[in-house]
Unconditional design. Structure first.
Length: 230
């Protein structure tokens, strides 16, 4: 099997479509505002080959982390979490949110902030909006030293547990076109790119991929976790 080293812009189309048998990625990417998930270590992406079965949502999200998954507690974000959330934000993004950005978002009635806590330390957070038929993720990040430990997949599982066919059935988010690690992470967890948003960001002229997860993509046999705060 051949392996190629790719750069973000040259790999996005094949990575999102799964049109090649396998791609081994070792990409160095500038991660900017939107989503920060560290997949800069090698990651294998199966394609449309004979005998290959698309993994279930649970298999895809947990397969990478099964041997060293950290136990975390996911709860509502409170004021005293702001310093730790800002530290994660600043180390994760080239164009990070300020404290005012967090406060402005969280003051909206339909906006919720949640943190992932491990050993009484905030190791990740997410900010999302509630809409009539969907959840919209505004910001999502994991502390650098705690990445590749299952924290991101557990936070996503928390969001998926809020979906239902009768009400909110989708999760939507935007990812920068240069943020290949985040694109691959969300693709492994069942998200698909549904459109390109041209010149989406105010700080740079780059485009964004609008990615979507639909409730129907989760198998009925997967046990949904007990509802927690939020």
């Amino acid at each position: 099997m051949a392996f190629v080293t790719v750069r973000p812009l040259g790999a996005i189309c094949t990575a999102l479509s799964g049109s090649t048998p396998s791609i081994q990625c070792c990409a160095t990417v500038i991660v900017a505002k939107g989503v920060a998930i560290d997949l800069s270590e090698s990651c294998s992406l199966p394609g449309k080959i004979a005998g290959w079965r698309r993994p279930t949502w649970k298999e895809a999200c947990l397969s990478t982390y099964i041997d060293h998954k950290l136990r975390i507690h996911i709860r509502w974000m409170i004021r005293r979490d702001m310093a730790e959330a800002l530290a994660i934000e600043n180390e994760s993004f080239e164009f990070p949110w300020s404290e005012d950005d967090f406060i402005r978002s969280l003051r909206q009635r339909n906006c919720i902030g949640m943190v992932a806590e491990h050993d009484e330390r905030v190791v990740g957070f997410m900010v999302y909006e509630l809409h009539k038929s969907r959840l919209h993720v505004l910001n999502f990040a994991v502390a650098r030293q705690f990445r590749r430990a299952g924290i991101g997949s557990q936070m996503l599982n928390k969001l998926v547990s809020k979906l239902s066919h009768q009400r909110r059935s989708r999760i939507m988010l935007e990812v920068r076109e240069t943020n290949l690690p985040a694109q691959l992470f969300f693709r492994r967890c069942g998200f698909r790119a549904v459109s390109v948003l041209r010149e989406y960001y105010e700080d740079t002229p780059e485009d964004a991929y609008l990615m979507q997860y639909r409730c129907s993509e989760q198998p009925a046999t997967v046990n949904r976790p007990t509802r927690m705060a939020g």
